[in-house]
Write a protein that binds this ligand. Structure first.
Ligand SMILES: Nc1ncnc2c1ncn2[C@@H]1O[C@H](COP(=O)(O)OP(=O)(O)OP(=O)(O)O)[C@@H](O)[C@H]1O
Length: 303
């Protein structure tokens, strides 16, 4: 299979000697065409550095990058023709309108086409505001024009580095919908970096969690969360319940209830064990951790 992006043993070291920063450390991943792929990590994890290397804006210290099966060193034309990106936010001329900004960007990249500019304005839903000056735009509108700019060459792969930075919840939701539409309606492959877990959870097909430049986990959201569900059991007397369950389950006692790390299927068995021992069971609730719980636990382990 040819992947849209294939990273193998990627490293980036800034500086030398004692002051060297290993920003990206042995990173390998593949992104299939048509996927929305989330690149998730706390500030300083190495997301932007990786994206800059993929776009050829920064050289890697070691490792390989392939775009659509072509090594990056031979992919100059391919980058121009098949890849669009929004990195470090949309940098617009404030005295020009959104449309004029797009025209300038299109001319600079040698792909000026008035009709295509109208199309991308339509895709990002900026028809009404395209002829207002950029200085009057909200952050969300600026980001939309930035995404429109990334789409001008009708790329197969769109790379968006923190596209919702600085947006309010409504703006975040709008960009999220737009990203999903780019994948579902316009068939783009999308690499989306973010430190906003909720955003990634809602929009991505697959996720890589990185921290300190290293990959911690990779997979679908379901893959990552599978096997991590737990039950909350309210029972009394609690000490007796602990004595009964402890030999069989991993459990944590929290105030008046027990947190039991087990699959939801075991709930009836747990209730039976407790009631047979004359323990009153008030409630049993199944909890599935959010990606946020998972992410905090996963990144904590590696700090
Ligand atoms: N040009 C540079 N020179 C030296 N160190 C750098 C440079 N660029 C990034 N770094 C360092 O590399 C590490 C990774 O930074 P990077 O910007 O890739 O992280 P990030 O995951 O994108 O985080 P953020 O969301 O804060 O941008 C950080 O420790 C950062 O300080």
């Amino acid at each position: 299979m040819t992947f849209a992006i294939e990273l193998t043993g990627l490293h980036k070291i800034f500086g030398h000697g004692k002051k060297a920063i290993h920003a990206v450390n042995d990173l390998s991943l593949t992104i299939e065409a048509g996927q929305v792929y989330g690149f998730l990590g706390p500030n300083g994890a190495g997301k932007s550095t990786t994206i800059r290397m993929i776009l050829g804006l920064s050289a890697c210290t070691d490792g390989n990058i392939k775009l659509f099966g072509t090594p990056l060193s031979e992919a100059k034309d391919l980058l121009r023709q098949r890849v669009g990106a929004l990195v470090e936010g949309a940098n617009l001329y404030p005295h020009l309108t959104g449309r004029q900004n797009l025209e300038v960007m299109a001319k600079t990249s040698g792909v000026f086409d008035r009709q295509r500019i109208a199309e991308v304005i339509d895709i990002v839903d900026m028809k009404k505001q395209a002829d207002y000056k950029a200085k009057n735009y909200s952050t969300g509108m600026k980001q939309r024009i930035g995404i429109a700019a990334a789409l001008i060459n009708n790329p197969d792969l769109v790379i968006l580095d923190e596209p919702t930075n600085g947006l309010d919840p409504r703006g975040i939701q709008e960009i999220r919908l737009l990203i999903r539409q780019l994948a579902d309606i316009h068939q783009k492959t999308i690499l989306l970096s973010s430190h906003l877990l909720h955003e990634i959870e809602q929009v991505c097909d697959r996720v890589a969690i990185i921290n300190n430049g290293r990959m911690i986990q990779e997979g679908t959201i379901n893959d990552l969360l599978e096997g991590t569900s737990y039950l909350i059991v309210d029972a009394a007397p609690i000490e007796k319940a602990i004595a009964i369950l402890q030999p069989h389950f991993a459990l944590i006692s929290e105030d008046s209830h027990l947190k039991i790390i087990t699959s939801p299927d075991t709930a009836p068995q747990i209730v039976r064990m407790l009631t047979q021992a004359n323990i009153d069971v008030y409630q049993v609730v199944t909890k599935k951790p959010s990606l946020e719980d998972y992410f905090l636990a996963a990144t904590e382990k590696t700090l």
